[in-house]
Write a protein that binds this ligand. Structure first.
Ligand SMILES: *Cc1c(COP(=O)(O)O)cnc(C)c1O
Length: 431
């Protein structure tokens, strides 16, 4: 067992002045038990906690750090900008450069607006879609997370479309009345929904590759059907690429599935570790935003120059595709190595680009309903012993893992050994 006294003491004090000791719930380690590690510093593929323990980090701040911690070029870009001033509340050249960069890479993006989080990007994209279509109804999918704005925190019922049950206290039913929820990976449910409600739908929103409730990789046919149904019914398709944007290569999930959404939302990687979100799409739609059009949207720190500098430095390093290609190879080898060690056990690992997800069941699920909750509890049980080997996995079985450019082959090979051993021990103890 690692020494964790300092983390324990600090976390105790944190709990007295911050609810649950955290500023975002999953950080509290509730699902996996044990004490959260308070991280003091990160470099490359590693983080160090306040007790001095080093971990190979597969959480990577939940996705932004595709280059790893404290990448020298990103740090340099941030330092330079901090020295010139941290915010002006005017348009800056950095904003223009990041906007221009993204729109030059992604077909669907003609025009883009920056905000400060993924939640804010999604919330604004939905308002814009409603303003553009002059319709209210929104369709989302069970198991997709789009941040914590009121009208998307809805629980799913069973089977066909359900409407409007808030999944959090504090949300009036009026806020979710216009949100329908469908299961993923179900063409019949889609067809039926659009036949009944398609003509009053403002937008369907779906994660590029659902990666907030396990990694639920959707079939190309399914995504293409969603694209054609939204188009046919005059509804917009919002692809939420907060995780997948610039992680699935330079064209994200839109490129992966070969679809052109009407709007795309971004966050995480485009901020290079700083708080950034963005939403963009066709000029015709984007020009409805204030000051040009009637859809109001604003932000004091939107397009913050320090954040723009971090994002730009990150995306420029990714631009030639080399890092993405290497990440994909590393992830494939890494997942293959663990799987080889697990032969026969009821464990699987979903992988795409530089994302992987360990799941204690044989079949990889494509919908929430297909995830076995017992499998999740296996993950939660084994998390602590993996942490003790110096590997930091996200503290919930529903969360996915990320590999960064700083994860080198030797570190990954050693980690595959340790993970393979811990996972097969857990799998055999319970099957
Ligand atoms: C992380 C995430 C969000 C929310 O972004 P925040 O910056 O946490 O508000 C929205 N959508 C997806 C797909 C995400 O992964």
């Amino acid at each position: 067992m690692l020494k964790t006294e300092k983390s324990r003491q600090l976390f105790e004090r944190a709990q007295q002045v911050m609810p649950g000791g955290v500023n975002s719930p999953v950080r509290a380690f509730k699902s996996v038990g044990g004490n959260p590690r308070l991280i003091e510093r990160g470099q490359g593929a590693y983080v160090w906690d306040v007790d001095g323990n080093r971990y190979l980090d597969f959480c990577c701040s939940w996705g932004p750090l595709i280059l790893g911690h404290a990448d020298p070029d990103v740090v340099e870009a941030v330092r330079t900008q901090v020295g010139r001033g941290m915010t002006f509340g005017t348009t800056t050249e950095l904003e223009y450069r990041l906007a221009d960069f993204i729109s030059s890479k992604v077909d669907a993006i003609e025009s883009i607006r920056f905000v400060s989080s993924g939640t804010e990007a999604v919330m604004s994209a939905i308002r814009l879609a409603r303003g553009f279509t002059r319709r209210d109804l929104i369709l989302k999918f069970e198991g997709c997370y789009h941040g914590h704005c009121d009208h998307l925190l809805v629980s799913a019922g069973s089977g066909l479309a359900t409407f409007g049950q808030p999944s959090s206290a504090g949300i009036p039913e009026a806020s979710t009345n216009h949100t329908a929820v469908l299961p993923l990976n179900d063409e019949d449910a889609l067809e039926q929904f659009f036949a009944e409600h398609g003509d009053r739908l403002a937008a369907a929103i779906i994660e590029g590759i659902p990666a907030n409730n396990g990694l639920l990789i959707q079939r190309h046919d399914y995504m293409r059907l969603l694209r054609s149904l939204t188009e046919r019914h005059g509804a917009l398709l919002i692809l939420d690429e907060v995780i997948t944007g610039f992680r699935l290569g330079m064209t994200g999930a839109a490129g992966y599935y070969g679809i052109t959404p009407d709007l795309i939302t971004y966050g995480k990687i485009i901020g290079g570790g700083m708080p950034v979100g963005a939403f963009g799409g066709r000029t015709e739609i984007m020009n409805l935003l204030s000051p040009l059009g009637p859809v109001y949207q604003a932000g004091t720190l939107s397009g913050n120059p320090v954040a723009m500098a971090a994002g730009l430095a990150t995306l420029e390093k990714l631009a030639d595709g080399d890092i993405h290609r290497q990440l994909e190879r590393k992830n494939r080898q890494f997942v293959g190595r663990i799987m080889a060690r697990l032969n026969g056990s009821a464990v699987n690992i979903a992988g795409v680009a530089s994302i992987y997800w360990i799941v204690f069941q044989k079949e990889l699920p494509r919908s929430s309903a297909a995830i076995d909750p017992d499998g999740i509890s296996h993950y939660n049980r084994v998390h602590g012993s993996i942490l003790d080997t110096g590997i930091y996995l996200p503290p919930s079985g529903y969360e996915v893992c990320f590999i960064s450019a700083a994860h080198d082959d030797d570190a990954l090979e050693a980690a595959a050994e340790k993970l393979g051993e811990a996972i097969s021990r857990e799998a055999h103890a319970w099957t």
